[in-house]
Design a protein around this ligand. Structure first.
Ligand code: UTP
Length: 477
């Protein structure tokens, strides 16, 4: 076998961009490591990374200071119904959404490439067992929701699932082992997001995690656009007649996929992108908000909204900036296509993070403080580029119970408790009584919302204080 050669043009590029240290171990590497390094270097867009390094070094903290003059409350927003007229509008939207679903023009996108470091689960987060009674995984909940919807509407709903190098193989193997939870494999598209290098914050040098191994990390959920383009998925969507894409994240078991009311409002109000929000629990809740900035709808991260703005209230004492982003969106396919064009790319966010690496002497360094810049794109930056962006409010208890942290707020414990409480409420509305301390889980194959329970003969399995609502032919494991 011929030895792995480093092309001169690549060496020139690396040196020109002041990153020659990446090649210092080249002579000592074996062929497998050389191949690996070569592939990584060929993936890096060096002029773009140099631009980002320059930006990172010049980064000013001005945004938070300027925001007060530029921000104003949301304008295009559909709030939860409060009056008969509101109820009528929601029913109309829901009806319209059902018709859109019937027409088979809807697909779903799941972003599942994150490293889930806060949760500390040693597998892709979608494999986390979250069902309060059955330990159903997050993946199973989503697949069963889509299965129920596609059966109900007699359609197929293509499911585009973004993974990363960190999550791809295990995700694929897990889904295969579980036969895609009964979902047609031809309707599932796994695609891998790109990566960007981490850079030493002191001198702008790209970090190595081991000799000949560049410290790379996923390029953020906004990396979805380029990854989809690269995998030819926009053409697949077009070929399948998909016009609307329901986007959700892997950590929210209550994401209510392809929700008909949201879909209906999105289409009726001719939005190119819609965002689901919930009312913030309190002024200081750590959640991004949607507001107008310079007259354009935009998401502001909680760290960029100072205490005064976060606490600002209207003349009835309600928070001006109440609309917490729960990362559920609907995109028109045409918007996704537009955003993959070279001149329409999403901005890149720069964050200081702790990154393990080897130093110039080849010693392993585990920093105690943030030492590096990491670069990511955020999908919500698409909002200012969308025509008629719309915001739709959801009930917080029903729609947003994320699994972010190992313990405390937004943890498996809080998500399970909320799921059980919601299931109990649905049962109560259907006239089924449960013990006050019962833990309840409803299979998405039985009900996607409270109303679905009214019309069914329920397979109720009660074991001591655990209640499981399953399809009639299912069994409690
Ligand atoms: P988070 O911002 O919560 O990040 O991702 P995370 O990596 O999952 O968790 P932490 O911050 O390390 O604890 C929100 C959603 O975006 C996806 C995640 O999988 C999750 O669904 N995501 C995030 C990606 O798909 N790719 C990324 O590069 C980052």
């Amino acid at each position: 076998m011929s030895p792995v050669i480093l092309p001169c043009s690549l060496r020139d590029t690396v040196e020109k961009h002041n990153q020659a240290h990446l090649l210092k171990d080249w002579e000592q590497l074996n062929d497998a490591s050389r191949t690996n390094l070569l592939q990584t270097l060929q993936q890096i867009d060096f002029p773009e990374v140099s631009r980002l390094i320059e930006l990172a070094c010049d980064q000013s903290q001005g945004d938070a200071l300027d925001l007060a003059d530029r921000i104003s409350p949301l304008q295009r927003v559909v709030r939860l119904p409060e009056s008969d007229a509101d109820e009528k509008a929601w029913n109309q939207a829901r009806q319209h959404g059902q018709e859109i679903l019937d027409s088979g023009r809807v697909g779903a996108i799941l972003v599942a490439g994150g490293q889930g470091s806060r949760l500390g689960f040693p597998h892709p987060k979608g494999m986390y067992p979250i069902g309060p009674v059955t330990d159903r995984t997050l993946f199973q909940i989503f697949f069963e929701q889509l299965l129920a919807l596609s059966n109900r509407h007699n359609i197929s709903i293509p499911y585009f699932i973004m993974t990363s190098d960190a999550t791809h193989d295990e995700t694929e193997q897990f889904l295969q082992e579980h036969s895609w939870f009964g979902y047609p494999p031809s309707d599932v598209y796994l695609f891998r997001q790109g990566k960007l290098p981490a850079v030493d914050a002191r001198d702008g040098k790209i970090l190595l995690s081991a000799p000949g191994e560049v410290a790379m990390s996923p390029d953020g959920h906004g990396g979805m656009l380029q990854a989809m383009k690269k995998a030819g998925l926009l053409e697949q969507m077009q070929g399948r007649g998909v016009e609307y894409l329901y986007y959700h994240q892997v950590d929210n078991p209550c994401a209510s996929l392809c929700d008909a009311s949201m879909l209906g409002f999105h289409v009726l109000q001719q939005a190119e992108m819609s965002t689901k929000v919930v009312s913030k629990r309190s002024a200081d809740e750590k959640v991004g908000i949607v507001a107008q900035v310079d007259g354009m709808q935009q998401i502001i991260e909680y760290s960029n909204l100072d205490e005064k703005l976060a606490g600002q209230v209207d003349d009835q004492g309600r928070l001006d900036y109440w609309a917490g982003n729960i990362a559920v969106h609907i995109f028109n396919r045409s918007l996704l296509e537009k955003l993959t064009q070279a001149d329409q790319k999403l901005p890149v966010h720069i964050a200081r993070k702790k990154v393990e690496h080897i130093n110039a002497d080849g010693e392993q360094v585990s920093p105690d403080l943030p030492n590096a810049y990491k670069f990511e794109q955020f999908i919500f930056d698409a909002i200012p580029q969308a025509a008629n962006p719309l915001v739709i409010e959801a009930d917080r208890h029903a729609g947003f119970n994320p699994v972010k942290n190992a313990t405390g707020e937004d943890s498996p414990e809080t998500a399970r408790a909320a799921m059980s409480l919601l299931a109990k409420k649905w049962l109560e509305e259907a006239g089924v009584k449960t013990h006050p301390e019962a833990i309840v889980e409803i299979s998405p194959l039985v009900a996607l919302e409270a109303n679905d329970l009214q019309t069914l003969t329920l397979g109720v399995q009660q074991h001591e204080r655990e209640v499981l609502i399953v399809p009639d032919d299912d069994s409690c494991e």
